[in-house]
Design a protein around this ligand. Structure first.
Ligand code: NAP
Length: 266
């Protein structure tokens, strides 16, 4: 594979993203691996440790995405692999009311991830060297957490990103109105954000047939998010994304959800 290929890993200053970036560098399939991180000090430190390059990026901030895009285009001008790893989850012990967790959770895990991906899809489509997107989702994004009617809408074969945004907006407004349960939504903001990300994966895969676009669950990993009780190391969890980003050959699956290193039921 050409050494001129360029990869981006978001949220790579710690946890699973750090190891994804490290594994992409070690794969020798990229000339440059960019760690898009919101904290400049931690991002630069991580980049130096793994042999990548830091760029400032807060995926929940449209101005930050805009500045990142401008700088990235100027410095790199091409993209062959995007790993959307940045994510947040309110811990069960967090006293923030459910309705106040909805916006911040969706802002990073869905809205911001979608905005960044859609800004970068033209560069990925311009790549002739096995372009890929890997969305780090979760098994907590399982489809059956919503009603049968919503399941049919999220998994509709002709779903568009506009319709998907509309579904997510409806979830937010139903939460704000205190009626998300009676309207058939799941009772986890994080779960809903990851469900919507898997749905987006399938829409993008259908609309961008030249790019391998897949989602994965890294497993329950011992990170700040997963807590020290988790059984899987972030290094091993990262290998699920690395499999899709570099190990599966060109022409492999697209629109799939991987878990435990194989295609899994959504
Ligand atoms: P983590 O240790 O909390 O790390 C999350 C990373 O995302 C950090 O680098 C964080 O940066 C970054 N991030 C958060 N919001 C961001 C934003 N707005 N812009 C840019 N970066 C942002 O979590 P993790 O366990 O490694 O999780 C990585 C991914 O795996 C997430 O998408 C998560 O949902 C998914 N996942 C994790 C588990 C698990 O058991 N750990 C299971 C399933 C799925 P800061 O340091 O600045 O906060």
């Amino acid at each position: 594979m050409a050494s001129g290929r360029v990869a981006i890993v978001t949220g790579a200053n710690k946890g699973i993203g750090y190891h994804i970036a490290k594994q992409l560098v070690a794969s020798r399939q990229f000339g440059r691996v960019v760690l898009g991180c919101r904290d400049a000090r931690l991002g630069a430190k991580a980049a130096a440790e793994v042999g990548g390059e830091f760029m400032q990026l807060d995926v929940s901030s449209p101005p930050s995405i805009g500045a990142f895009m401008e700088a990235f285009q100027a410095q790199y001008g091409r993209l062959d692999c995007l790993v959307n790893n940045a994510g947040i989850m309110f811990q069960n012990s967090d006293p923030t009311p459910f309705a106040e967790q909805t916006g911040p959770t969706l802002a990073v895990n869905f809205d911001g991830t979608v905005a960044l991906t859609e800004a970068l899809l033209p560069l990925l489509n311009a790549s002739s060297e096995s372009p890929r997107v890997v969305n780090v989702s979760s098994q907590l994004g399982y489809l059956s957490q919503v009603s049968a009617e919503l399941q049919a809408q999220f998994s509709a074969p002709a779903l568009t990103m506009g319709e998907l945004r509309g579904l997510v907006a409806k979830f937010k407004s139903d939460v704000a109105a205190g009626k998300h349960r009676e309207c058939g939504w799941g009772n986890s903001n994080y779960g809903m954000s990851k469900l919507a990300l898997i749905a987006a994966t399938k829409v993008w895969a259908r609309e961008n047939p030249n790019i391998m676009i897949n989602a994965c669950c890294p497993g329950w990993c011992s990170t700040d998010m997963g807590t020290s009780s988790a059984p899987v190391s972030p290094e091993d969890g990262a290998k699920n994304a690395t499999l899709l980003a570099v190990e599966l050959p060109a022409g492999g699956p697209t629109g799939a959800f991987y878990r435990n290193f194989r295609e899994a039921r959504w």
